[in-house]
Design a protein. Structure first.
Length: 576
């Protein structure tokens, strides 16, 4: 069967230049990106320099201080190696150094969920600054036993058609949506990796550390079903069950903000808007890659940021995000091949031993001895293509020898499939070690590389460095750290609370001024609200943009949001 575009590839050919499209040259512009590995690893400093200095910097600073005046509480799902937890700790350190955040402000990760045992071990090994207070297994552990049994009964069989499986998952979604109280008991407990001695486990939803703190969910959804390189089952695939549970968690807890990441997929964006668009204002960018920010890694992913309607408002956009953060690459992927000679020799001998070659201590095996015959054949083909594309004898290129040349690109950027076993430095003929895979994803666990923002599980990564398969799996399926630095920091600076006096019934119900005007809803508003609703979009944004940090404490009370249909689609941005 020939390989078509499949699911998850975003707009079809001919539709790439639709609404919200940003040309490649507009993304990169003339601004240089990081010029050294150290600058890449110290990315938060560059992020906040761009956000808080220059034009609109003082406004963003005041907005950020107001938003997190009472603290920030993070909950992660599909947590993996804890990229979001690491990001939060790094951003806090950068804000403390810049004098933007007070030491006393609570800023922590409350809980993490992941079904993989190795991922949970990595989370447990985090330093105290980023380690979640509670680490649970699969997200279904937050459900009541009764509802979990019902989901088991409703789960479709592999033999059923895609339409039948889709209907089954839709029925699961409706079950959780219509009975949140029964599905997610308030006092529910689950087994916690951080507190194994507790007989009944830990509370899945503990009380917040401080009143009025900002609650954020971050989820890097499993993309195997929707990826063009995966099973291509879309939302009829088996991983839809965990997505349905995640939707229930969001609807039940109603966090102030959520950040959702998945492979580039218009289907996923449409589902997210359909499933949560009645509660959240969602901004989606169909393609964000580290190389758009000047980091020499090509890893396209789709990011969506939602804010709870009636409580928060977006003041930024993805277009502005790229205007502020977009940069050209000054480096190539060669910068990530930074392991010491001793570590590289150790890993190379381990790979050669699997192929039946044995070497004396300190002897470096050849590339052919480390690869299988098929992999070495592919590498020779990559070399040929590199020459045909004009890359000189001394110029770097990356080769993913797990893929045939027709599917793997010959590029000066590190490739996106970092879960693959063998990424080869095309000129030096080095095979990237698992810790170099982590480095490509933004986390430095190499003891010979110094930087300000250290990997919080560095010691554990070094001790288990020879468990290459597990490390490449958690690295290749994670969010990219530098991209998450930029996205999380920008939207924390571009979201504001709606002041109490502007929290009219139109906002609480999910309507905007345009809805009021077009649907004739003035009669449903209070007298004082009907006149103000016509100016709500402009007045709300103007008021929250100028909101001072002191006023934040007066507007942190949660507003009950009544779900309402939202006709406007999610705003999506597609990059070249």
């Amino acid at each position: 069967m020939g390989r078509g575009r499949g699911r998850g590839r975003g707009p079809k050919k001919g539709q790439e230049h639709g609404r919200g499209h940003l040309q490649e040259q507009e993304v990169h512009g003339s601004r240089p990106g990081p010029c050294s590995l150290n600058e890449i690893l110290n990315f938060p400093d560059m992020v906040f320099t761009r956000l808080l200095e220059g034009e609109h910097g003082s406004e963003r600073r005041a907005r950020l201080q107001a938003l997190v005046a009472n603290g920030l509480c993070l909950h992660t799902q599909y947590s993996g190696k804890g990229t979001a937890e690491t990001c939060l700790a790094h951003l806090r350190q950068a804000l403390l150094d810049a004098g933007v955040l007070a030491e006393s402000v609570p800023w922590y990760t409350a809980s993490a969920f992941d079904s993989k045992d190795f991922a949970c071990k990595v989370l447990q090994s985090h330093s105290p600054e980023s380690r979640p207070r509670c680490i649970f297994g699969a997200m279904e552990e937050c459900l009541s036993p009764e509802v979990r049994t019902e989901l088991d009964r409703m789960c479709p069989a592999k033999s059923q058609s895609a339409v039948q499986r889709q209907h089954a998952y839709d029925a699961m979604n409706e079950l959780l949506k219509n009975d949140l109280a029964r599905a997610f008991p308030a006092q529910h407990t689950a087994a916690c990796r951080m507190h194994p001695g507790k007989l009944h486990g830990c509370a899945v939803w503990p009380e917040p550390s401080s009143k009025g703190e900002l609650c954020m969910f971050v989820a890097g959804q499993t993309c195997k079903d929707v990826s063009r390189r995966g099973s291509r089952q879309g939302f009829a695939g088996p991983n839809t069950r965990s997505y349905v549970v995640w939707l229930g968690m969001v609807r039940h807890r109603q966090p102030d903000m959520f950040l959702h990441e998945i492979t580039c997929s218009s289907e996923a964006a449409e589902r997210l808007e359909k499933d949560l668009g009645d509660l959240y204002d969602i901004l989606t960018c169909a393609c964000v890659s580290p190389h758009h920010l000047g980091v020499p890694v090509q890893r396209q992913r789709q990011y969506s940021v939602g804010v709870l309607r009636g409580k928060l408002v977006h003041l930024g956009s993805w277009e502005e995000f790229f205007q502020v953060m977009g940069s050209r690459c000054e480096l190539t992927g060669a910068v990530f091949y930074a392991a010491s000679a001793e570590h590289r020799c150790e890993v190379s001998q381990h790979m050669a031993k699997k192929q039946g070659w044995y070497h004396k201590p300190g002897q470096q095996p050849s590339l052919q001895e480390q690869l299988t015959p098929a992999e070495f054949r592919r590498f020779a083909e990559y070399q040929k293509v590199a020459g045909e594309r004009g890359l000189g004898p001394g110029e770097f290129f990356c080769a993913d020898v797990d893929q045939e040349v027709g599917f793997g690109d010959v590029s000066v950027l590190a490739p996106c499939l970092l879960s693959h076993g063998k990424i080869v430095h095309g000129r030096e003929e080095f095979v990237a070690t698992s810790l170099e895979h982590l480095l490509m994803m933004g986390e430095n666990a190499l003891p010979n590389v110094d930087c300000k923002y250290v990997c919080p599980f560095r010691d554990f990564a070094w001790e288990t460095r020879m468990n290459s398969g597990a490390w490449k799996d958690v690295a290749g399926n994670a969010m990219h750290l530098q991209v998450l630095h930029a996205v999380m920091a920008y939207f924390l600076c571009s979201v504001a609370r709606i002041p109490q006096e502007l929290q009219l019934s139109s906002f609480r119900r999910g309507y905007t001024a345009e809805d009021v005007e077009s649907q004739g809803l003035e009669s449903e508003l209070p007298e004082d609200a009907s006149s103000g609703a016509a100016q709500s979009s402009q007045s709300a944004q103007a008021a929250v943009a100028s909101q001072s940090p002191d006023s934040a404490c007066q507007t942190n009370e949660a507003v009950a949001v009544e779900p309402q249909p939202r006709p406007a689609p999610a705003k999506k941005l597609r990059l070249a």
